[in-house]
Design a protein around this ligand. Structure first.
Ligand SMILES: [Zn+2]
Length: 275
């Protein structure tokens, strides 16, 4: 019986598979929905981007603007703490690596202002990309508080939102409650994710594997909706982000739209007030 069902499934897919999933910018939604076996009703999703600000963030913003999507950016505060470069730039002269770092930091700060101007939600991804559940209490408090100080002008909601690096301290909060407790103490609300693109993983930076990851989570079984985790930044690099994500987002969004409507974070988090 299962074999018969499988054969029938393959047969009905065959004519669909012979045509590409995207033609001249317009996705073949019927084919996409069949490929991923999406439920009839469209899901609601909200995009989030971690580890920025980065060199590719403006490219992501261009796509979101064109597609009229309001996303959420969880900013790694050390990437926009430009004051740390100012003194060393003055000491080492205008052509030094330190001054180059200062200029790149100022570019990132401009991009952060653009994210805010264009109506996206901005949250903190802490100051350093540490595993927060493993931090000593003083360091845990310092990194959360420092991020709030650096990002204060840019945080867009009340209460301000925060995403723990790696989700560490969130998904394992029962065993290690201290990170979530520290966020609460500092007035932050934590935002996790329902789906993840795994776009940081180089194994998936190939063809449409990253789209597959999201579509499969969104469509398989009853499917899921909610927050989707992407990355525009790379916490291990000073300025370079995730070019694969930035370069392919324009193609993936119309395909995601075949099975989902894009909503802002406040659709799921009704308690957040936009400042
Ligand atoms: Zn991260």
């Amino acid at each position: 019986m299962n074999l018969l069902k499988y054969c029938l499934g393959v047969l009905t897919l065959l004519p669909l598979l012979s045509t590409p999933m995207v033609q001249a910018g317009n996705p073949n939604c019927e084919q996409i929905r069949a490929t991923y076996q999406c439920p009839a009703e469209k899901k609601k999703i909200t995009l989030s981007f971690d580890d920025g600000v980065a060199d590719v963030t403006p490219k992501v913003l261009d796509v979101l603007k064109r597609e009229k999507i309001k996303a959420t950016f969880f900013i790694l505060a050390n990437k926009v703490d430009c004051g740390i470069y100012t003194k060393s730039c003055q000491q080492n002269g205008p052509n030094s690596a330190q001054c180059q770092s200062l200029n790149l930091c100022k570019q990132r700060l401009n991009t952060l202002a653009r994210i805010k101007r264009e109506g996206h939600t901005i949250g903190s991804h802490s100051y350093h990309h540490d595993r927060h559940s493993e931090l000593p209490a003083d360091r845990l408090q310092w990194t959360i508080q420092k991020s709030k100080l650096i990002l204060s002008k840019y945080l867009t909601t009340e209460p301000p939102v925060f995403r723990l690096p790696y989700g560490d301290g969130w998904f394992n909060q029962k065993a290690r409650p201290q990170a979530m407790a520290a966020l609460k103490r500092n007035g932050f609300e934590h935002i996790g994710w329902e789906m993840t693109a795994y776009d940081w993983n180089v194994d998936y930076q190939n063809g449409d594997k990253i789209l597959d990851n999201v579509m499969n989570q969104m469509c398989s079984g009853k499917g899921r909706q909610g927050v989707v985790l992407f990355h525009d930044g790379d916490f291990e690099k000073e300025h370079t982000g995730r070019p694969f994500t930035a370069n392919n987002l324009a193609r993936w969004i119309p395909m995601l739209r075949c099975a989902a409507d894009f909503v802002p974070l406040t659709h799921f988090k009704k308690n957040l007030r936009v400042k």
